[in-house]
Design a protein around this ligand. Structure first.
Ligand code: SF4
Length: 433
């Protein structure tokens, strides 16, 4: 019998990428061969996104394109868009199975059910009824440098611009024993760095009773033998409790890099976004963290052009963000998402205004990042080498997430992907002219 084949097309964020890879692993365990998306395959999986309205239409386009290119294949659509609009997806002729953002570990079972029934199946359930974290197979990359460890799914915060709680459901935390077991497997396989990820990672433990929270998990993880770096991904400002800050401070393993979403540098806008902090809270947090964690890199996300954002609000935001001295920023123009409260807010801004504000915010970001990098010229920092190109140039990151490139002629050492080396940083290593 011929080996069955499966192919994946993934839209959207890093979490989706990771989940597609994990689902691919399930297919491999059942004897499938995973092929590139241009090749014919018995099963085609489209993992969709719904973060913006554009995410929905792009997802529909990709589904139609894959059906057209693979008329004989079994077509599965999963992910956030499928979760929020299963009926729309099922109405696309040629779709055989719709899965949302849960039960992905039962994908092969659902394929059998749909094949036996000889009609398209909707396996999407009400996401707010989901109570448990869904375990998916362990991912291993060839280079074995940095691994992601997903510890949480879902979000209960309902910021007024965000569709994620509707697409991913409530907070579900991974059982600590499972998270720790996977972390041990990763370090045994040679990974030196683990990045904790989730949809709302700082909410870890909310659903596990009073026994576990992010701090408790971090305190256990840092003792895993062979783990050199533990990187916390995005943590909401109000979730930096004194206990968490102390745990970071006491451990040499937790990276001096924190991603703390600001979202707006205007108090009026923050209130309309229903973000539970003020600019003063945020500034105080930065001051506190920097006093305790010297050299700390703080990166952030900022949305500009939120409905009703006046020119004064925007100027206030530019000033506030300048004062924060971020080491890196992701800047997004506000994107109207049907189904969220902010989509119906008055004062929606024209694209031209949003684009102008994005450019101004990006310029602040560029200058802050350059200033941050300059502090480290002449300092000796640890670099985890992630790749080495054919010419022998090595690329990697420091613990505080400076992107570093090391030319082959830099030292009498051969760079090896996966090794942790100490480097006296020069301006050119950091891309500074
Ligand atoms: S905390 Fe993050 S995921 Fe949750 S609603 Fe707000 S922006 Fe969306």
């Amino acid at each position: 019998m011929q080996t069955p084949t499966v192919t994946f097309v993934t839209l959207g964020c890093k979490v989706n990428q990771t989940e597609s890879e994990a689902v691919a692993q399930l297919f491999r365990q059942e004897g499938y061969r995973v092929v590139d998306s241009g090749e014919p395959a018995d099963v085609v999986v489209v993992n969709t996104c719904t973060v913006t309205n554009t995410g929905d239409s792009k997802s529909r386009q990709v589904i139609r394109r894959m059906i057209k290119a693979n008329p004989e294949s079994f077509i599965v659509v999963m992910g956030c868009y499928a979760q929020t609009a299963p009926g729309e997806v099922l109405n696309i002729e040629g779709v055989d199975l719709v899965l949302g953002t849960q039960d992905r570990n039962r994908i092969l079972e659902y394929i059998e059910i749909a094949r036996a029934a000889q009609k398209p199946q909707n396996a999407v359930h009400h996401i707010w009824k989901a109570r448990d974290f869904e375990e998916l197979p362990l991912l291993e990359e060839e280079t074995r440098t940095r691994a992601t460890l997903k510890i949480e799914e879902g979000c209960n915060q309902f910021c007024t611009y965000c569709i994620i709680p509707y697409a991913r459901g409530p907070v579900r935390s991974r059982r600590p024993e499972n998270a720790l077991a996977e972390a041990r497997k990763l370090t045994e396989a040679g990974y030196k760095e683990i990045v904790l990820t989730g949809i709302h990672t700082g909410a870890y433990g909310q659903d596990l009773g009073s026994q576990w929270d992010l701090t408790g998990l971090v305190r256990e993880l840092v003792h895993i033998s062979g783990l050199e770096r533990l990187r916390l991904s995005s943590i909401e400002p109000m979730e930096f409790t004194p206990r968490l800050i102390q745990a970071i401070e006491e451990s040499g393993v937790v990276c001096r890099h924190l991603h703390i979403p600001l979202q707006s540098g205007s108090d009026a806008v923050l209130a309309r976004m229903k973000r539970p902090y003020t600019l003063a809270d945020y500034a105080e947090l930065l001051q506190n963290l920097r006093a305790k964690l010297p050299g700390l890199a703080v990166t952030t996300d900022v949305i500009v052009g939120f409905p009703g954002e006046s020119e004064e609000d925007h100027q206030e935001a530019l000033d506030f963000v300048t004062g924060c001295e971020f080491a890196g920023m992701h800047v997004f123009p506000y994107s109207r998402r049907e189904g969220t409260p902010a989509a119906r807010y008055p004062g929606q801004l024209p694209n031209a205004v949003k684009q102008k504000r994005v450019r101004e915010m990006l310029e602040v970001a560029r200058q802050s990042q350059e200033r941050y990098k300059c502090h480290f010229v002449g300092q000796v920092l640890d670099v985890l080498i992630e790749t080495v190109d054919e010419a022998g140039t090595a690329f990697g990151h420091t613990g505080n997430y400076l992107e570093v490139s090391l030319p082959p002629s830099d030292a009498e050492r051969t760079w090896e992907a996966g090794s942790l080396v100490w480097v006296n940083l020069k301006a050119e290593h950091l891309g500074l002219s």
